[in-house]
Design a protein around this ligand. Structure first.
Ligand code: GLA
Length: 686
């Protein structure tokens, strides 16, 4: 069995990854997949594009260790030297995302097993079980050999452990996992009686006589006990993190001065990993982000993703490790990006704190499973729109080195993120199970952005008590102490907004009885006795004070305002005439309950009313479609990122130098355009 010490151990995020404090700009570079004769051309084109850093080695285990214990570093030495001579830094991946065929052949038992008990076939990537002792031994031998070999290489700037750990090995139901899961449960629940109690196994007579009887939740004819599923999610996240930690320990031992990261996928729906927890273990937070081409509101999802990643990084800088220059190849319809979309996407991440923009991948593959995924150098070669766009982005980023190491100023609004709630909601059968968790927090974030309120996404375990406004969206699970934390925040003068589907269960997934939302009922001054989901896309409407109405979908409740006053009532829908939104004065603060899921205009109306009431000031005066985020550079300059998501030009009264056009800013951002305006205090006043 594999065990790890799991106490958080993040070293201070370096102010800059590259010693010369330049932005990281580049991508996954897989030279071993090309003839060496192509390499000089790569170097020439990288230089032309302004690439500063590439990620080598992500899938190169078979190239480094072609046979058991036989290591070949010649090609890696040659390419690292070529990079160094060209002034390009190397983020070096440990290649453990791609176990070589010889290892799988020798040890098929390292592979994950699916819910039905079938072992994963070879031919993909990752695919190994984090509880496999044999895999761990081979992986760590590889990591040590690699680290020792490159330890003194001047090009090495950052370690990149494996690749998207959890992506293709998220849940596994193999026998070694079963053993590790039991030991994890023993550590969590101490005795089998406590486990039975916590899981409520009296239901359907599921009582376990012994830990040895518990198994990972393979396919069953009915829904599993949700508390078992929730613990399996927690265990899986820790088991995968355990693999990362094991690799990190070897890297820290051999190269103590090189920071270590692993690329997250924070917006992966459902989410296998508790990234807020993992973030405490990486020296630099890095994220991979791909837009869904068919989603007209994909920019809102992107901004939320970037803000959430910044929150994990404690508000400090982070890296965009992967995105795409144009289409991907894994959606049903893989749309090419529109004019300026790649530039807008890239700069939106930088606006929200990224100190680097990298892509999957440098050269679009000729063969293999991702030959139809865009790259920085497409099949057509450098004579292409994509490569011209890459060069333009490189030039813009080259002018933005001043923001490296800087943060986005803390906003007035904190949206609290809790992975435990994501899991608890997704593992239970609730009154409405067709509501992606992310939609509600994204909607709140987007509305705050349109209103130009400073808004952050903050991990539930961080201290959010100094934010004037705290929003708990879908925080279904209330961990021990959360009720008191939330109440104390309001009493001390805080402004709390709780949405429906929050504060419903405790850490064991047991419902908090006596009326919903059990955890926050007293603070909110409301009591709900039943939920009334709204089918399909039906819009239900509610009043606001001045006779106007706003709309909501999917969810309503029978809300009794026990102490709260009613801010808004339903006009129609299942609860016509009853409270939709309430406000309770508690101590020096106020607690608002939004018992539904407002649409975009609904959130705009609610936020406008609350911002007015609570005296929140916009950070800029600009049209709603113009997203504006400011990073304060090291030299004291404010660098204002302006992203026009609308289809009309947007005007803003701001003077300074636009780093996109490299010319004075004229106060207009074209439809779909982007400007990055560096403005000193004098310029801002002009
Ligand atoms: C992930 C992986 C990459 C590549 C891209 C394609 O991000 O890390 O190796 O497969 O997806 O979008």
């Amino acid at each position: 069995m594999i065990t790890q010490s799991l106490a958080g151990d993040r070293r201070d995020t370096p102010v800059s990854i590259r010693p010369d404090r330049r932005m990281i700009f580049g991508g996954d570079y897989n030279p071993e997949q090309w003839p060496e004769s192509v390499w000089p051309d790569d170097v020439r084109l990288m230089t032309e594009a302004g690439v500063t850093t590439v990620t080598l080695g992500v899938f190169s285990w078979a190239a480094i260790e072609p046979a058991d214990g036989v290591f070949e570093f010649g090609w890696l030495d040659r390419i690292m030297s070529l990079m160094h001579e060209a002034g390009i830094g190397v983020t070096l991946a440990t290649p453990t995302a791609a176990p070589p065929m010889w290892l799988i052949e020798q040890h098929p038992e390292i592979m994950t097993v699916d819910e039905s008990g079938m072992p994963t076939g070879r031919g993909g990537r990752l695919g190994w079980s984090p509880s496999s002792v044999v895999f761990r031994e081979h992986a760590l031998r590889m990591v040590r050999a690699l680290a020792e070999h490159v330890a003194d290489h001047p090009a090495l700037v950052l370690w990149h452990v494996s690749n998207e750990i959890s992506n293709e090995n998220g849940h596994t139901f193999d026998d070694e996992t079963a053993v590790a899961f039991r030991r994890w449960l023993e550590a969590r629940h101490s005795t089998i009686e406590r486990l039975n109690d916590a899981w409520g196994t009296a239901f359907w007579g599921h009582t376990y006589p012994d830990f040895e009887h518990v198994r990972p939740p393979r396919s069953a004819r009915t829904h599993h006990n949700p508390a078992l599923l929730l613990d399996f999610e927690r265990f899986t996240s820790e088991a995968l993190l355990g693999h990362y930690l094991a690799e990190r320990e070897v890297l820290r031992e051999v190269t103590p001065d090189v920071p270590v990261t692993t690329n997250f996928m924070v917006m992966r729906s459902g989410g296998v990993a508790d990234y807020e927890r993992w973030a405490r273990e990486v020296d630099v937070v890095s994220n991979d982000h791909y837009t869904m081409g068919a989603d007209p509101r994909r920019h809102e999802e992107l901004s939320f993703s970037a803000a959430r990643t910044r929150g994990m990084a404690g508000g400090g800088p982070w890296l965009l490790m992967e995105h795409s220059t144009s289409s991907v190849n894994w959606q049903k319809l893989n749309l090419a990006k529109g004019p300026d979309e790649m530039l807008r996407n890239s700069l939106a991440h930088v606006a929200h704190g990224a100190d680097g923009v990298s892509f999957f991948q440098w050269r679009q593959s000729r063969s293999g499973a991702e030959q139809w995924h865009s790259g920085m150098v497409p099949h057509a070669g450098p004579e292409s729109q994509v490569f011209r766009d890459v060069c333009r982005l490189g030039a813009v980023l080259g002018r933005l080195d001043r923001v490296v190491g800087s943060s986005v100023a803390q906003g007035d609004v904190a949206i609290v993120w809790d992975q435990q709630s994501v899991w608890a909601l997704s593992t239970s059968r609730t009154p409405h199970d067709d509501l992606p968790f992310h939609d509600l927090p994204i909607a709140v974030h987007a509305a705050a952005s349109r209103a130009h309120l400073g808004v952050d996404v903050v991990p539930v375990d961080d201290d959010w008590s100094n934010y004037p406004v705290v929003v708990l969206p879908n925080l279904w699970l209330a961990a021990q102490g959360m009720t008191e934390r939330v109440d104390a925040y309001v009493r001390a003068g805080g402004h709390l907004v709780v949405t429906c589907r929050s504060g419903i269960v405790d850490s064991d997934d047991q419902v908090l009885l006596g009326g919903y939302p059990g955890a926050y009922r007293e603070t909110l001054g409301v009591r709900v006795d039943e939920f009334f989901p709204v089918p399909g896309d039906t819009l239900v409407t509610a009043t606001v004070g001045d006779g106007a109405t706003w709309g909501a979908r999917h969810w309503t409740e029978r809300v009794e305002a026990t102490r709260a006053s009613v801010l808004s009532r339903w006009v129609d829908g299942p609860r016509a005439g009853e409270p939709a939104v309430t406000l309770n004065e508690v101590g020096d603060g106020e607690a608002v309950y939004v018992s539904t899921m407002p649409d975009a205009a609904g959130w705009d109306a609610l936020l406008a009313a609350l911002a007015g009431r609570w005296g929140l000031k916009p950070t800029v005066t600009a049209p709603p479609a113009l997203e504006a985020v400011t990073r304060r550079a090291q030299d004291g300059t404010d660098v204002v990122f302006l992203l026009n998501h609308g289809d009309e030009e947007a005007r803003i009264g701001l003077a300074g130098h636009d780093h996109v056009t490299d010319a004075p800013f004229g106060g207009v951002v074209p439809a779909g355009g982007v400007a990055v305006v560096a403005t000193t205090a004098e310029e801002a006043r002009a």
